[in-house]
Design a protein around this ligand. Sequence first.
Ligand SMILES: Nc1nc2c(c(=O)[nH]1)N[C@H]1C(S)=C(S)[C@@H](COP(=O)(O)OP(=O)(O)OC[C@H]3O[C@@H](n4cnc5c(=O)[nH]c(N)nc54)[C@H](O)[C@@H]3O)O[C@H]1N2
Ligand SMILES: Nc1nc2c(c(=O)[nH]1)N[C@H]1C(S)=C(S)[C@@H](COP(=O)(O)OP(=O)(O)OC[C@H]3O[C@@H](n4cnc5c(=O)[nH]c(N)nc54)[C@H](O)[C@@H]3O)O[C@H]1N2
Ligand code: SF4
Ligand SMILES: [Mo]
Length: 701
Amino acid sequence: MSTDDEPTKTICPYCGVGCGIAVQQGDEPADVRFAPWGDAPVNEGRVCIKGGAATEVVAHEDRLTEPQIREDGELRAASWDEALSRVVAELERIRDEHGPDGMGFYSSSKVTNEENYLFQKLARRFGTNNVDNCTRMCHASTVYALGESLGAGAMTNSMADLRDAADVFWIQGANPGEQHPIANSQYFRQAVLDGATVVQVDPHANKTTESFDVAASDRHLHLQLEPGTDIPLLNVVLKTVLENDWVDEEFVAERTEGVADLRETLAGFDKEAAAEECGVPLADIERAAEVYATAENAAIFTGMGMSQHACGVDNVQNEINLALVTGNVGRPGTGVNPLRGQNNVQGASDVGAMPDVLPGYQPVDDDGAREGVEDVWGFEVPSEPGLTNVEITHSIGDTVHGLYVMGENPVMSEPNANRVADLLDETEFVVVQDIFPTETVEYADVVLPATSWAERGGTVTNTDRRVQRMRGVEKVHEETRHDFDILTEVGRRLFGADAGFDFDGPADIFAELREVCPIYHGMTYDALGEAGIHWPCYEPGDEGDQYLYADSFDTPSGLGQIEGVRHQPPRETPDEAYPLILTTARLEEHYNTGTMSRRSETLSRQHPENFVDVHPADAERYGVEDGDSVTLESRRGEITLTAHVTDAIKEGVVWTTPHFAAASGNVLTNDALDERAKIPEYKAAAVDVTVAAASDEAADD
Ligand SMILES: Nc1nc2c(c(=O)[nH]1)N[C@H]1C(S)=C(S)[C@@H](COP(=O)(O)OP(=O)(O)OC[C@H]3O[C@@H](n4cnc5c(=O)[nH]c(N)nc54)[C@H](O)[C@@H]3O)O[C@H]1N2
Ligand SMILES: Nc1nc2c(c(=O)[nH]1)N[C@H]1C(S)=C(S)[C@@H](COP(=O)(O)OP(=O)(O)OC[C@H]3O[C@@H](n4cnc5c(=O)[nH]c(N)nc54)[C@H](O)[C@@H]3O)O[C@H]1N2
Ligand code: SF4
Ligand SMILES: [Mo]
């Protein structure tokens, strides 16, 4: 390809906003540069710092460039034939010795719909439903609550209608200013400039706070609560709504059920005591309740601060309660809106890379649904739901003995990382298919090098359900293979030719995918064009609604489900030995386990290493000064990192990130799971802080 060629239009590999960007390849394949895509549908040419820097990692010197096999403890280069033969032999051995449920398959929100589709089909053809993707660690609880109470585990509204119609943004446990920057700047900020009010519920001040000037404005509010107290906070809000007759009685009567249960739950509820538990003045919560409940259109954004708790489902249920009692669902500018994480987390789930559902969220234990899919696939699908990804890890050595890890880095992303490392060490066989030598690769028996996001085509689905096409430039490294090529080859070797893995690229795979995935059925690969199509798209020409539930909910009764919930403290709370609450969250310039962002010069400049935010009062209590090297210790391990003393964080709470291998936040986190959604409690653990070494400056004083 020469420099005269038109840039290749594709989709940003980072977050779920789904911005269009273009890639320009020079005469050398490794010369891969960013180019703007001016009329891209979601972002119209604008990108955040990550989108602009995305091409920096494509030809990075650390890329995995050839297959590897572990021999005498060391990884060595191997041919594709040798590596794939080993994978197939080990998978067959594990199936013979332990049965098909002896394998766990981690799928990836970083790869396309077609690749996720192939991967879950491979797991199911192998005979197991033990297949999951990172949505489990992310919005599993949100998806569960929204699915049960409204109908679909997705945003109720779209970025565009929220921009045009919302009068209030209630942002709880989400930081769109850093995690979904273009949604924030191009959509939500417009509404705020037009007069919308922001209520932010977060223990930490961040760029969302800054971008709306929340602290300085009389209009906006920041409720800086203690982590894990979102249920009592929302119960104060709900009780205030009930007391003041801010209930939308007509909506509640016609469109919901369960309000009596909510009234009963809140009957003896003590607002004063609850506010104290949250660490937020009661008057502030009451004012926030009034702002939300008296607005014409009020929208809720919900993020990891809500979902990543052992009570994650109930956290989100309480937001649903608030939206339903005030009639804030089913119109533009309202609803309960999870901004999805990775660029294809929505799609990975849509196409069935989950242990309990087939493509299109058809339950695996529904005989009719299974038969429909089996007719197309030509093999029997196991009828029992499989294990979720964290459950797979926790079952290693018990029922699970082998792992196929595609585009995930569980050694860093799962909670209680030291335990995860020990378990992976015990696993009989691990194959990792990635683009970089991740921390998980250190436990791999076979490493399969994939091409990166910029080098291949396929489709991805963004946070407001828009299915868009990615397009690839020429491969940078000859020996790498596209994930879809690797998977079709593994499928053919495991199950033979004509066993359902003979595909000729993404368009061919998409054609089968739409046969078994009703919500994608009306789309064709060609019809997606440059604008993409929103699901649900049952028949050609359908275009998914901008907002859901205008007339009814997709629940068995057609009514929205209200259900009172009570405070459940985090599984681990502070005590004398571990007196502080740790929460972990993200930075704008880094991305998840950092495999890509740490390798980008532009992105790693701002925060080259991990740090912990400590409140000035806690700093004084524990003798910590800004810049000190401190040790954070939990019951599960310890890390050493730099202290930032700042009142951006609530007193009694410390805040760090999961982005850095050298001081990985997940060494400390608790692996307690929400019972229903199985999401881990990344957002609350008890820790202790001690000074490891004073900063130079402090030492000089
Ligand atoms: N720059 C960047 N963008 C990303 C990512 C990234 O790593 N970097 N990751 C992507 C992914 S996979 C995801 S899922 C999304 C996540 O996007 P968000 O949902 O915004 O995720 P976080 O930053 O983890 O957490 C959001 C906020 O929750 C707050 N919080 C912590 N504990 C609590 C609590 O108990 N209650 C409340 N109310 N708030 C709490 C944190 O202080 C933080 O400000 O971002 C996506 N976009
Ligand atoms: N403490 C704490 N831990 C957390 C969170 C938190 O808030 N706090 N958040 C959780 C959340 S929301 C999420 S989503 C998870 C994310 O957990 P993971 O999905 O494990 O983390 P990523 O760093 O996104 O890993 C993606 C992997 O895909 C690889 N990759 C990129 N492109 C390709 C490709 O084209 N092909 C292949 N085969 N591989 C590719 C990358 O190199 C990387 O290794 O982390 C969770 N962990
Ligand atoms: S907002 Fe998300 S999709 Fe858009 S450029 Fe930034 S990281 Fe990429
Ligand atoms: Mo995520």
